[in-house]
Ligand binder design. Structure first.
Ligand SMILES: Nc1nc2c(ncn2[C@@H]2O[C@H](COP(=O)(O)OP(=O)(O)OP(=O)(O)O)[C@@H](O)[C@H]2O)c(=O)[nH]1
Ligand SMILES: [Mg+2]
Length: 398
């Protein structure tokens, strides 16, 4: 099964040179994901009043930006407002039939939570939408015509804004291609990213929301495109892919228990080597990213020999943490080790430990309320974590 997977993977990978990949990925990802968009907003004009009967025109509609869990990207705004102009409806004029006119409807623009709104001209921050259903009135509709303004409806405010998506998820899935990232997202959320037995199935972040029975907690998980060795030097469009990691709060390092081989001319990497390489790619791209709280998730435990491979992974990791990383060849040697707070062996196919992993996502979210120092302290307990995982294998609990 694993051999077959590797074999198919190698065939595909050799057909797809990195240069080809770089070209195709660039065009696809530029088309499909947006972190930033500028919009020109004009609120509605107020309707005219009717001086003879002291009639008051309707106020123009405001433009309101609202965050919603149901929205994942700014791309839909680009499609909806192709010329980047958004206008709210004007207020209606007062008449004999409608002496006092109610205000026009507001225009609501929905964005994902985690969006900053800046004034595009002066660059100052107008506000941030953090949670589901947060809202900010960005431009106010003009006042309806009344005695105060000689019954002439006033123009609505106008402003150019820049929306920037700061966060695309609580957890970002970091792994080599084919590790099972998209499959995991499918089993823990309602998202349906494409899954296939070849490298680079995912080219843009897929976002899924993990929900819990009898709880209002929702955790946003983001399945990211697979990295390759050299990603920090932009191999395989690495920068494009690594950039997404900056926009998640926590990381899940997702590694195949049986390791990974990108193509027949590239070396086979064990699960531990995979982890070390991911560690390096992330830290060499941006060293602060390595401080993000994270878990290691070892996948495909249902496959042949995977349990044995998982045990070998733990033993090798234990040895490495005990003896230090100096003995590793330079291309595998991390500058700083990831601060993993748990190691979870899973199978998305059999469901092994999926409920446990979901629980652990919740724990990390809660723990992150603690001060950062707490997390640093835990660096010293990495060996303890690996030891406890090893003892679970002996006890047959995992
Ligand atoms: N046996 C087994 N196969 C799995 C498991 N999880 C994923 N797979 C298979 O592994 C292959 C790759 O899975 P994906 O979820 O597409 O992998 P990915 O990490 O998203 O890959 P990229 O998008 O290319 O980075 C598919 O054939 C999946 O069916 C698992 O738990 N057990
Ligand atoms: Mg994928």
């Amino acid at each position: 099964m694993v051999n077959l997977t590797l074999c198919k993977l190698c065939q595909t990978a050799s057909a797809l040179t990195l240069n080809n990949l770089q070209r195709s990925v660039k065009s696809v990802s530029e088309q499909n994901f947006r972190y930033s968009i500028k919009l020109m907003l004009t609120a509605g004009r107020g309707g005219n009043g009717y001086d003879r009967i002291n009639g008051i025109g309707g106020n123009g509609g405001d433009i309101v930006i609202m965050s919603s869990w149901k929205v994942n990207s700014l791309l839909r705004l680009e499609r909806r407002f192709r010329n980047r102009i958004v206008e709210a409806p004007s207020g209606k004029d007062s008449s004999i039939l409608h002496v006092v006119v109610p205000p026009a409807d507001n225009k609501i623009i929905k964005v994902p939570p985690g969006v900053d709104i800046h004034d595009a001209k002066d660059r100052f921050l107008i506000g941030t939408l953090e949670k589901d259903l947060d809202r900010i009135v960005v431009v106010k509709g003009g006042e309806g015509g009344c005695l105060k303004n000689q019954f002439i409806g006033q123009p609505g405010e106008t402003r150019e804004i820049q929306l920037t998506l700061k966060l695309i998820g609580d957890f970002g899935f970091v792994g080599f291609p084919n590790a099972g990232k998209s499959t995991l997202l499918r089993v823990i959320s309602r998202a349906t990213p494409k899954v296939a037995d070849y490298a680079f199935t995912t080219l843009n972040p897929n976002i899924g929301v993990v929900e819990y029975p009898n709880s209002s907690i929702k955790i946003k998980c983001t399945d990211l495109p697979g990295l390759v060795e050299g990603a920090h030097q932009n191999v395989g469009l690495g920068h494009e892919f690594l950039r997404h990691i900056e926009r998640t709060k926590f990381l899940l390092f997702i590694i195949d228990a049986s390791g990974f081989q990108y193509s027949p001319d590239k070396p086979y990497r064990t699960a531990l080597e995979t982890l070390l390489l991911l560690n390096r790619e992330v830290e060499l791209y941006a060293s602060h990213l390595i401080d993000k709280p994270c878990y290691i998730v070892v996948t495909k435990l249902d496959t042949k020999d995977a349990k044995l491979k998982y045990k070998e992974f733990l033993i090798a990791l234990r040895d490495l943490l005990g003896s230090g990383v100096e003995s590793l060849p330079p291309e595998l040697r991390p500058i700083r080790f990831i601060l993993f707070q748990d190691i979870v062996p899973i199978s998305s196919h059999s469901g092994l430990n999926i409920a446990y992993l979901k629980q652990r996502l919740k724990d990390l979210l809660r723990d992150s309320q603690y001060r950062y120092e707490k997390i640093i302290e835990r660096q010293n307990s990495l060996i303890g974590i690996v030891d406890s995982k090893l003892s679970m294998i002996v006890d047959n609990k995992s």
